[in-house]
Design a binder for this molecule. Structure first.
Ligand code: ADP
Ligand code: MG
Length: 565
């Protein structure tokens, strides 16, 4: 350690993170960042060591979404950096604030391609996958680099930032007289963006002339922590809303304005769409017919003007941060006494009731279904979450994700994390770890058996830190399901082993293990697992024929006539 008047780049980096209220680092160490992680611990930060970089970077991204401060990930150079890169890209796509810091090799050797240990031009490779990339070459620039990284990650549309840290910068020293070290607390890292009066009037005029407005709430409203304003707008106008999957719980799913169980009906029939922090991407069928009414008027609040007109004409774009924009819109609704005919809400509610009744019948049948199907396996989770809404739920898979999203209600904001904008697999355990670390609450990771395989080794991480995470594996022995057969002499491309004892991965590292093959067994195991606060895996063995190809998005799958081959 240096004396009090000189400081290394590593010390200044840690000082800069700490002074900005960042406490946790998620990473996987090796050359050249091992001492940096040790120093972070000595300086009072918490360091969480993972088994693969993608999971560590996913954890940091989830920490960013949950806390609103950038999550910090740390990786080694070249292969470690490359393993982290998909998660950096995903965080950026998802608009999660994240700073991925990677150690890197000697610039002189890399630039002349002379063959360094894990030598790669990481800084340039990272650029297309993040909001911004910065390289820090000198200790005295560390404070500035952290300030720029934090501000970029959280302001405007949040996203991932890459910070390249050559070994020399970590070791390099500067005389620290405080004045020149550029380490400071950032003033107002994500400034409010107030929408123009004209944009609000345009929206109000549309709402005034609308009979059937539908609000769509996306994870941008969740990131913006705008739950109070979202609820106020919906209550004031008394209109139905659809929550996107990670916006579930912003308003409790059992609210009478929720159109979630009448998704197709409400999208097709709405004459006005009010988009709150949701993109008209594939998850919303690009805003097009037949899912949407082609002649509906669209109001969109977003912090990024780039989003407007991405897929269809936006009649009233409102550029601003969600809280400020909604505040202004709600005030205008009150001032101008804008009202919406309540027949529309009644119509939507009738469809909701009828669809909920159909779902209740299926769930009831699932209770006695042997072998177990998705309904019987998911009902205990629905029941548990209703009684314990303060539990975090992470979910991924195909059928597991799609059916779980429809069946399990959320009642609190930002308590659900899932595959996100790309619909990726392999986020589950990283997200679950961050949810447990950042909130101290219990976490359920609801995983398809295929999805679980992507980051299953992080069970060791969960056990090492003794985190209250229960992984529920819905094991139907395959991607989509376990009964596919193509040729006689090979397992099908989608086959996995339905007899796999995924629960052993928990006992292997000192956690608890459960196997459950009926509704009651899943229910008992879940209650025991959650009451214990121990890390655990519940292997729920489903009928291998349960589950459909690509879950609810088979329309996106390329089809070939296999019989002709
Ligand atoms: P979902 O997948 O839930 O539909 P998306 O990730 O597609 O949501 O969309 C989120 C949108 O929210 C993005 O276009 C992003 O720019 C926007 N956004 C993020 N944070 C804010 C904020 N604080 N205020 C307004 N819009 C925001
Ligand atoms: Mg499966």
């Amino acid at each position: 350690m240096s004396d009090s008047t000189t400081k290394s780049g590593a010390e200044l980096l840690i000082d800069a993170l700490k002074i900005n209220g960042i406490q946790n680092i998620y990473g996987l160490v090796g050359i050249p960042v091992t001492d940096l992680a040790r120093l972070a611990q000595i300086e009072g930060m918490n360091y969480y060591g993972f088994r693969r970089e993608d999971a560590a970077v996913n954890a940091a991204a989830a920490a960013g979404f949950i806390t609103g401060k950038p999550g910090i990930a740390l990786t080694v150079s070249a292969p470690g950096f490359l393993n982290g890169l998909p998660s950096l890209a995903q965080a950026t796509k998802n608009c999660f604030p994240l700073i991925m810091i990677s150690g890197s090799s000697d610039r002189n050797i890399i630039d002349l391609d002379q063959g360094d240990y894990e030598g790669l031009d990481q800084y340039n490779i990272a650029k297309p996958f993040c909001k911004a990339a910065f390289r820090v070459n000198r200790a005295e620039d560390m404070g500035t680099a952290v300030a720029r990284a934090i501000r970029t990650a959280v302001s405007g549309r949040p996203g991932g930032v890459y910070l390249d840290l050559p070994a020399e910068a970590i070791e390099s020293m500067m005389i620290d007289d405080k004045k020149g070290n550029n380490v400071y607390e950032i003033v107002d890292p994500a400034p409010s963006v107030i929408p123009s009066d004209e944009s609000i009037s345009r929206a109000i005029n549309i709402i005034k002339n609308s009979q059937k407005p539908l609000v769509i709430v996306g994870k941008g409203a969740a990131s913006a922590r705008a739950e109070k304003e979202v609820k106020e707008l919906i209550d004031t106008l008394n209109v139905p809303y659809l929550p996107m999957s990670m916006a579930k719980g912003l308003i409790p799913d059992d609210d009478s304005h929720s159109a979630a169980a009448a998704r197709s009906y409400s999208l097709k029939n709405a004459d006005t769409i009010i988009l709150l922090g949701a993109r008209l991407n594939w998850l919303l069928s690009h805003g097009k017919a037949p899912v949407f009414n082609e002649s509906a008027q669209v109001i969109q609040i977003d912090i990024d003007a780039y989003e407007f007109d991405s897929n269809r004409r936006i009649d009233a774009p409102i550029l601003g941060d969600m809280k400020s924009s909604l505040r202004k819109l709600i005030d205008a609704v009150h001032e101008q006494e804008v009202t919406v005919e309540s027949q529309w809400l009644d119509d939507v509610q009738n469809v909701v009731l009828s669809n909920k009744e159909k779902m209740r019948t299926r769930l009831e049948a699932g209770k006695t279904s042997e072998p177990l199907n998705f309904f019987g396996a998911l009902l205990p989770l629905q029941e548990y979450m209703n009684e314990h809404p303060d539990t975090y739920l992470v979910s991924e898979g195909a059928n597991t994700l799609d059916m779980g999203r429809n069946i399990i209600d959320m009642k609190l904001p930002r308590h659900r994390l899932d595959c996100g904008t790309w619909g990726v697999m392999g986020i589950g355990l990283g997200y679950a770890i961050a949810a447990a670390v950042e909130t101290g609450k219990r976490v359920i990771a609801l995983e398809g058996d295929s999805a679980f395989g992507f980051d299953a080794m992080e069970m060791e991480t969960i056990c090492r830190y003794h985190l209250p995470v229960t992984v529920v594996v819905l094991n139907n022995g395959g991607i989509y399901n376990g009964t596919d057969k193509v040729v006689d002499n090979q397992p099908s491309p989608t086959n996995l082993d339905p007899r796999a004892h995924y629960e052993y991965l928990s006992s292997a590292f000192g956690g608890d293990s459960y196997v459950a093959s009926t509704y009651s067994e899943v229910k008992d195991a879940l209650v025991k697992a959650m009451d214990s606060n121990n890390p655990s895996i519940i292997n729920a063995t489903l009928n291998p024929s349960a589950g459909t190809e690509s879950g609810h998005i088979d329309n996106l799958n390329a089809k070939i006539d296999l019989k002709k081959a």
